[in-house]
Design a protein around this ligand. Sequence first.
Ligand SMILES: [Zn+2]
Length: 91
Amino acid sequence: MTTTLRRWLNAILHRGLSHDTTPLPRRSDTFDHWLRDQREKADPVAWHVIDGLLDTYRLHADTGTPLNEHICTCRAIGECECYVEADRRAS
Ligand SMILES: [Zn+2]
């Protein structure tokens, strides 16, 4: 599909980058600060859980991926369903 046709379809169907108003996660935004504050107040076990969430949040921020979309960090087949699906489609 050509770029012009894709833009035309997006405009008619009200979708695409110009119509997506969902705020993307950003480093040092309000939620990033809130997670960091919660991590500092937490006991050692909860600290590691919150730190993992903060890492995931920042990965979404760094890659510009909305929070409702999956970022796969798996490196081996079987660690994640999406990785298995991609392998299945490739073969
Ligand atoms: Zn995955």
